[in-house]
Design a protein. Structure first.
Length: 416
């Protein structure tokens, strides 16, 4: 099989893995080496500043000894198979980079022979790029659960980011649909990576010559809609992973039906807006101080698809509003729908000098229509007339629209 055909098969097989992101790291080369620019690494997606970037996103091979029901590359699937050699991946990466097609490499793989052997093959690609070709671009490698800890320690020296995918929110779902996988195994890998990241940072405070270990940290992925797991369960799992293993991101990937699927799998994908709402909820947990249980509770385990989760929370807690913008703490300001992290920071800076008025918020490009039912400023108390209105939801909810793939999969940079 020629390389072009391999690329078609293995790039298509890699599209189901969403756990890649902008690198958040720099490998300065002093003008030397190949790819010595600021490395970013989301494949055909967007960095937090809105810039579109791309990387070569492929599997080393789609052969796999596991039989995960939801995976098109499972051992029982009749999908076309292919495998790159180390030299083929290295050559593709260098040639694509020189042609400005990509800004980095995302390399994953099916499990072949055993986890250790698979991890060794991934490491060989990254090591050859760094040592033989002086490649300084972004590299994201898949961390294979159950691989030897020494192999993970080596992988982190050659790549910018590692990711071990949790895939499903509960261990019960994993046992049912991925019998060879266990959440405990994935978390062990995450824990080992997190420990090495902290160790590397500590060593670099002593000497800058200490090697960097996965400077962009680690991420993971959860599949949305493959099982009956609720949004509350997924967010609770994400929150636990963030707390235990200091993940940079959890990615949510809407289940995509696969050929000759098992009868236990749904026949269609979930609404794309559900994936979008989970990303918004994840943003609230990471940057706005929300707990997972506040966003989706056992009483209402799934997110409202018609409005964003921050607005939904505010409408459920009208008794906490209106908030006086000139007196409230940062934590409460962040809970006002329409005020984001940057806007709150500017408000706190401005009110040290004078009282905040409506025109100040408008100059900060805050949507007055969205925030007015929930706040008080020095020259207006619009919430007095609007907060208790029965039609408040219909006034604030955006008109229905067809959600695009861009809306659902980009890193959310808008203010909630």
């Amino acid at each position: 099989m020629d390389v072009r055909r391999k690329l078609e098969i293995l790039a298509d097989a890699a599209k189901y893995d969403a756990s890649c992101a902008s690198s958040g790291s720099r490998r300065q080369g002093g003008g030397k080496g190949v790819g010595s620019t600021t490395p970013v690494g989301i494949c055909h997606s967007y960095t937090p500043d809105g810039r579109c970037v791309s990387l070569l996103k492929i599997l080393l091979t789609n052969y796999c000894i596991y039989d995960c029901t939801f995976c098109v590359n499972r051992v029982s699937s009749d999908t076309p198979r292919a495998r790159f050699t180390t030299d083929e991946v290295v050559k593709l990466t260098i040639e694509f980079y020189k042609r400005n097609y990509i800004e980095g490499l995302f390399l994953s793989s099916g499990i072949i022979q055993n986890p250790d052997y698979t991890m060794q093959q991934l490491i060989a690609v990254a090591k050859k790029l760094r040592t033989e070709h002086d490649y300084r671009g972004y590299i994201h490698l898949k961390a294979i659960p159950l691989a030897d800890e020494a192999l993970l320690a080596e992988a982190g020296l050659w790549c910018d980011r590692l990711s071990a995918n949790i895939e499903l929110a509960t261990d019960a779902d994993l046992k049912k649909l991925a019998p060879e996988k266990r959440r405990a195994h994935v978390e062990t890998t995450m824990r080992q990576v997190a420990a090495k990241v902290l160790e590397s940072k500590a060593e670099r405070t002593v000497t800058k010559r200490a090697p960097r270990f996965a400077p962009a940290g680690q991420s993971t992925q959860m599949i949305v809609g493959a099982t009956s797991a609720t949004d509350a369960e997924m967010l609770a799992t994400s929150s636990e992973l963030y707390d235990r293993h200091a993940l940079r991101r959890v990615y949510y990937s809407a289940f995509s039906p696969i050929p000759h699927a098992d009868a236990r799998l749904p026949g269609k994908s979930p609404p794309l807006v559900r994936e979008h709402r989970l990303y918004q909820a994840d943003w609230l947990m990471r940057y706005y101080g929300f707990e997972a249980g506040e966003i989706a509770s056992p009483e209402a385990p799934n997110l409202d698809l018609s409005i964003d989760p921050k607005l939904a929370w505010a409408l459920r807690h009208r008794g906490l509003f209106p908030v006086d913008v000139n007196k409230a703490e940062r934590e409460m300001l962040l809970r006002i729908p329409g005020l984001g992290v940057r806007s709150v920071k500017r408000i706190l800076e401005l009110r040290r000098h004078r009282s905040i008025r409506r025109e100040d918020l408008e100059k900060l490009r805050v949507s007055w229509k969205k925030v007015s039912p929930f706040l008080v400023v020095s020259d207006a108390n619009p919430a007095l007339a609007t907060l208790d209105r029965n039609d408040l939801l219909s006034r604030l909810a955006p008109p229905p629209k067809q959600l695009s793939l861009f809306d659902a999969t980009t890193a959310l940079t808008g203010e909630l």
